[in-house]
Design a protein around this ligand. Sequence first.
Ligand code: MN
Length: 197
Amino acid sequence: MSFILPRLPYSKDALEPHISAKTLDFHHGKHHSAYVRSLNELIEGTAFANDELETIIKKTANNTAQSRIFNNAAQVWNHNFYWKSMKPNGGGKPTGCIEQMINTDFADYMTFIANFKNAGLTQFGSGWIWLVLKNNKLEIMKTSNADTPIAHNIKPLLTVDIWEHAYYLDYQNRRGDYLDAFFKYLVNWDNANSLLG
Ligand code: MN
């Protein structure tokens, strides 16, 4: 079995002007694609060759001898999830179950946004910011490099990629502006609600 690069759930220009077609062309077509290709090369002929992606992530987490497999597998999973965390004409306040839980677990939406943005701005170097479900409560989680809540048996509901390749062509060093645009115009609350079941 080998992994394939999933198609983006929207066209490459569908998130413009907030995320350009050029960014998606590189981010999906080069970066995400390279993680898939590297993972397939690394697992070929190994005990992981027939495993599901999440199984590979859990088996290789915290094992420095398998860090290359972990990093590529986790980056494949994280990007698959990131594309679904956005949609054209997304953004704005959440609805449904996720809205109620945000109001319960973060006081209100503005507090949630402020905390999430602060997590993004204070993450040193590359990584991901997540909205996760932990012990039936919403939490904001930061992970470095390829690390992922999946490796910690924590359920992700939403993610923002804060590797520079996610925003540098459109925002240069202005990570805060990218995070603002994500929540104002791109976030896919329907996907987060569907994950809550
Ligand atoms: Mn990325």
